[in-house]
Design a protein around this ligand. Structure first.
Ligand code: FE2
Ligand code: FE2
Ligand code: FE2
Ligand code: FE2
Length: 412
């Protein structure tokens, strides 16, 4: 079924203004919601936050008050959408439960994008960070099980396995090594541009979430784990944002943001199983169609370029949350030992002994790392770590043991 938002009728801007009641969504039941409905909610909240922050940055770099007024109007609508979505989370859903959802988004979104990404460099960037968020899920799941007695497999609906990835302790690289080569906007496929925008927004939302709630965890070890993983989310944002073509103009970027919102709402409208959410995705899609047209008009007026020259006649293959167990296992097997050296990926064993990676590792992990401590503590308590593996033993032999942490994987 082909769909071109440029040819559809949206909702006029003055009809988009909602009442306070309309933005104060009735929360879902955390015991009833499908894990992938929840991941769609988490991702779209991140997309709307990015939308708002992008429009603020645009306004701060723009001297034309007429453009600023249009941006402010659009931004208010994005803010309303963000409230509608994020207010779906109920008060009895704790931050650690939400965190499991965030990392499940990171795993199954990244794995989907990697499998549907035509640009080799972008695909490699996705595979690379996939293993890191996969590991975060395991660390937080152990913390939650130990402190709250909740099994993360229940929250992820057994769609996603939970076991070590590239160990978080090994993910800490010197920031110099987190910058990648950008795609070329004139030759890149539209799906590459959308994939990159989507993953930046998702990682940025996770970074912001941990920045804000990491200090609310009620044990020192939990606070430390959030602080540590929060730094990797910062690293992931640097990694992914460097893939964007920096010569993209503000107007082109605005158009891409709105097009991506249309594409994601349409994708989720097609796949949603919860009738109430389906309505929200549909309504937001109609709003985004209008945003896209306004962005097109602005680009035409100020840069003399038309949306139809930059965008395809129909949406590319729709984005879908689905189980990716086999794919994640394959990447784990092949890439667990990868690290980065400037914009190259290398086996950690191939780095020089005095590479800044080792110095950075020594500086931050001098007295161990919270991500390792949390597993050791769980082993001390229960005799083994917490995992959820439905497809057999761990694919990396050095990570099979549940009774002993291997601190060398990804580091030596
Ligand atoms: Fe939006
Ligand atoms: Fe993560
Ligand atoms: Fe991440
Ligand atoms: Fe929008």
């Amino acid at each position: 079924m082909s769909f071109n938002p440029l040819k559809e009728k949206g909702i006029a801007m003055d009809k988009q203004i909602k009442t306070w009641d309309e933005i104060n969504s009735k929360p879902y039941d955390k015991n009833e919601i499908d894990p992938y409905t929840k991941t769609r909610i988490i991702l779209m909240n991140g997309i709307e936050v990015e939308s708002t922050m992008f429009l603020h940055q645009f306004a701060r770099n723009c001297k034309d008050p007429d453009i600023k007024r249009k941006l402010a109007t659009g931004r208010r609508m994005e803010q309303q959408q963000q409230k509608v979505i994020n207010w779906l989370s109920p008060a009895n859903e704790s931050n650690i439960e939400m965190t499991i959802g965030y990392e499940q988004v990171a795993v199954d979104l990244t794995a989907w994008l990697a499998q549907n990404e035509p640009d080799k460099n972008v695909k490699q960037a996705l595979d690379f960070a996939l293993l890191e968020d996969f590991d975060h899920l395991y660390r937080y799941a152990n913390l939650m099980d130990m402190d709250k007695g909740i099994k993360a497999e229940k929250l992820v609906g057994e769609y996603t396995e939970i076991m070590p990835g590239r160990p978080t302790m090994a993910e800490h690289r010197h920031p110099m090594d987190s910058i990648r080569k950008p795609y070329d906007k004139d030759t890149a496929d539209i799906i590459t541009k959308l994939n990159v925008l989507t993953i930046i927004a998702g990682e940025q939302q996770t970074m912001n979430f941990y920045m804000n709630i990491g200090n609310t965890y009620d044990t020192m070890l939990g606070r430390a784990l959030y602080a540590e993983i929060g730094q990797i989310e910062e690293q992931h944002v640097s990694h992914y944002e460097s893939l964007m073509d920096p010569t993209t103009t503000w107007m082109e970027n605005l158009l891409l943001h709105e097009y991506n919102e249309c594409y994601l709402y349409y994708s989720f409208y097609q796949h949603e199983t919860d009738p109430r959410m389906k309505k929200i995705w549909e309504q937001h899609l109609m709003m985004e169609i209008e945003h896209l047209k306004i962005a097109d008009k602005l680009m035409q007026d100020y840069e003399g370029k038309k949306a139809e020259d930059l965008l395809p006649k129909e949406f590319p293959k729709l984005l879908k949350f689905q189980s990716n167990k086999e794919y994640v296992r394959k990447v784990l097997e092949e890439q667990v030992q990868l690290t980065a050296d400037l914009d190259q990926y290398k086996d950690v064993g191939d780095l020089d002994k005095d590479h800044r990676f080792h110095k950075f590792q020594e500086a931050v992990n001098k007295d161990s790392a919270p991500s390792t401590d949390v597993i050791n503590k769980r082993i001390e308590k229960e005799g083994e770590d917490y995992r959820f593996t439905s497809e057999g033993k761990h694919p990396v032999s050095d990570l099979v043991s549940r009774k002993k942490v291997n601190e060398d994987v990804g580091r030596k």
